[in-house]
Design a protein around this ligand. Sequence first.
Ligand code: FEO
Ligand code: CA
Ligand code: CA
Length: 689
Amino acid sequence: MRNLLPFISSHPGGRSALTCRFRCGDACFKETPNNSDNEYAGDIIAGAVSRRSMMRAAAVVTVATAAGTAALTGPSAPQAEAAALAGHGHRPGHPHKPAPSGARGLRFSPVAPNKDDKVTIPDGYAQNIVIRWGEPILRGAPAFDPDKQTAKAQAGQFGYNNDFLSLLPLRGERGRQVLVANHEYTDEILMFRGYDPANPTREQVEIAWAAHGLSVVVVQEEHRTGKLGPVNRHPLNRRLTATTEFRMTGPAAGSALLRTSADGTGRKVLGTLNNCAGGTTPWGTTLHGEENFNQYFANGNTDMHKRYGIGTSATERKWERFDRRFDLAKEPNEANRFGWVVELDPYDPDSTPRKRTALGRFKHEAAQPRLTSDGRPVVYMGDDEKFDYLYKFVSSKRMKKGNSRAAREHNLTLLDEGTLYVAKLTGDSPVTEIDGTGKLPVDGEFDGSGVWIPLATGTTSHVPGMTADEVYVYTRLAGDKVGATKMDRPEDVEPSPRTGRVYVALTNNSDRGKAGKPGADEANPRNSNKHGQILELAENWDDPAGDGFAWRLFLVAGDPDDPATYFSGFPKENVSPISCPDNVAFDAHGNLWISTDGNQLGSHDGLFGVATHGDRRGELKQFLTVPAGAETCGPVIQDRRVLVAVQHPGEIDGASVEKPASVWPDGPGKIVRPSVVAVWRKDGRDIGV
Ligand code: FEO
Ligand code: CA
Ligand code: CA
């Protein structure tokens, strides 16, 4: 487990330049968009939040610290039902079956770090490719032919660069489930033979539009194995692309900030872009975060464009040449219609997907809901940018149980009304003990208390100087004004179905501590943070809708030989090295599964499992690694199957269709294809136990 490969030099975040270019528009190389002076200027909340809010926040911290600290010591039984409803991989509306305790930890032989061009899994496990980029899923779509790609064909085929995955039950069809996948972005150099980045053709651009978005595809399992495969032309199968009609809903829908010359209503948008991770709701819908949407828009010219990382010139993909809405000099509000959480009803192929304005606009990594004890959804969300913020939304409406038409219609309004909050974290150790190296403070933990600062409730703004519409559309600015804590790239957030504690993946932050940038704080304790950390929050277990919490770092990632790492005190000689945690998911036993994006330890990316409570808390084990250039995404952990999305395989500097850097999944001579992989135990027993 410990035989680390030599360190490799790589881009900030451990990805290739090619991935940085196409995935996030070279975000790491550009000026950090958050240049607000909150936090590191030392004047935290004063002047930004009303005195009343400040006093309320202070009072709540006192209460919550007591409640939260209690919650951090272990699970408490009365909340199990609400927690189970929020769990990943459980059937919406179905009670959670009693699960054995995750305190036993995970019992597979860890995969060693490696650079093999394949998916490497533990001994005793098997795998198959569930679906590849380009496989036909809709009626009339042709088989994939890399040399005969058309936009029309792609619109009926599985999209490019699968990221988030959700598997939902399909009643009445034995052995079948509904797979929903995000297609985060396109890499034209790896898609098209002879691609000329300076002169993309209209057909190539339209293929890219069709390769973005979401796929819904019914999958069938093979009898007696974990193998899954697509059911072509199933009536639920669906593609949503960069040109599908979406509806804006919630308090900012119709706002002047969302109107364009093509849509005077501010309620109708074409397409969804850069869907990274997401979530599965207890009412049977899926949520999809629009992340690095900035890179698709040319000629940004306002402070708000800058705060969202939108550049001032042409874009990498040059879409603005083919559709004027991507040129902000011509259509300044079009970018305001991206950067939202999308909600999709995968059971209704005719439904119009919604962009939920109540959840705010930023680079949404993911959105994972749970329910309060009285049935109101609480959604946790990270804004994946260096020095940006962690958010939550609390609905004011209760979920209706059951699958009746009335219940489903009601539940499709849950994310339109409520309060949006941003997190402020305060450490409990003296600041002099947080020296930026990752050395633990004298009290032995990076920990403290926090407040959720309200930003807006319905059409009421809580941020002085901003209207509610402005809070929702320019949420980053609202976070700046109220003194939210600048985090190390908040990614996926997931509540534990066993303990109710909430886990936040913070990927890395190469700029932490640089001249003119914020230095280390107790929640982000390393300068030039290459490997990231995982934060554990405990809210009032009976009321996760409250506005105070306790927190501590669960993992400080890296090579366990590095003294600046922390695995909740578990002996470091018995853990796997990990770098750049990104997506997180729970199994039914309460083990946390972590996929990585970037690796600065000389291995390919991977998927890891770790117990979060009991004696084996912190015993991190690597479950799989992915092929060259790839990122591990979308983990779904079912009792007897793990599903991962292998995103951007072969995306290594200098690679192209003609000169591939990976031969995965189909071997030499075949084009590299992002694909979904299923893994199961050969003996048919539960994963990892
Ligand atoms: Fe698409 Fe934040 O990773
Ligand atoms: Ca401390
Ligand atoms: Ca991600």
